[in-house]
Design a protein around this ligand. Sequence first.
Ligand code: GLU
Length: 415
Amino acid sequence: MSKPNPFEVAQQQLESCAKILNLEPGVHDFLRHPMREFHVSIPVHMDDGSIRIFQGYRVQYNDALGPCKGGIRFHPEETIDTIRALAAWMTWKTSLLGLPLGGGKGGVICNPKELSGGELERLSRGYMSQIWQWVGPGKDVPAPDVYTTPQIMAWMMDEYSKLSGENAFGCITGKPICVGGSCGRDDATARGGMYTLREASKVLGMNLKNATVAIQGFGNAGSHAARLGRDLFACKIVAVSDSQGGIYSDQGLDVNSLFSVKAKTGTVINYPNGRKISNEELLELNVDILIVSALENVITEENADRIKAKIILELANGPTTPKADEILFKNGVHVIPDFLCNAGGVTVSYFEMVQNITRFCWSIEEVYQRLDERMTQAYRSVLEASKNYGIDMRQAAYTVAVARVVEAMKLRGWV
Ligand code: GLU
């Protein structure tokens, strides 16, 4: 079965919300498409002396609430529609968290695993030099996402600074700490998700100690989720996977060993004391908590009925299709939807922006405390909307987020 187009998924989700909020057709229509997008060709000198042209995008979905905000992905299967969907979800994410920011997203079609360090640097600088006039602290502030790192953010910040003639730390977030990054940004996405998990466990009466957890994806979000699930709540991590496959043990996996196996061999499947499983099997394991932290469209109408977890944490963007959502809701699975669950990343990015503007660095404790407050508040507002309207958590998150964006557009006189 072919995978759904993520932008069509985002538009379908918005449509359900438009009905619940009774949005005027013109307002709904405006929100169905990005306000602006940039398509750029980036020539890069390769190490072998050839010149290769990479295709890049930046989509500014909506900036009614403030400058656009959202990551940049470097991925071989990137498409403009994926970026559009992700930019829409960023708009709802920043709004839901009450941040004074809009939503955007960028991407470059490339496989960073096949590029040398020098090629990656030239590509990163080349991308920024193509879009720099349209981004920046008051317009649109990029950040890391799939396969982009703090080092890449540092190169892009440096390129922007050279072009604009000033030290522009605030033009991008997710930077290394010594060039304007924030404490706590590295594990912020996973940590924010953990705070929502804690709230959900209270609602469901689930004891997190020894609760079993399966994690699909062992990148930035998934690997920190494994560590934090163990450290904050003493959860038992029984399965993890990456793009090469998964590993399972009902005795629990040793998280430190997972990190070293991944660092040494490039994949978690070489973890010695476990049974190899596929990514598909991992999703259907009999666990208390399923964390999806890889890519889009992994929970579909095909497998939704076989999911046994009581709570799903969507640390990835767009992992569940609308049809799957209906099945999960019917089956009583508590889904913490992506733009709530993974909002910790952009929330600490916002803290980074504030620290860059004020030139004052916060302590790690302050970052954690403020992140916890925002995530807890957002979770509660979504839960309340879900109860009030009798709708699932994703639709509830949409009603809160879209209503704020619409209010801002009306106050600004756009609609
Ligand atoms: N890429 C992350 C996301 O999807 C973070 C965005 C940001 O920090 O601006 O939320």
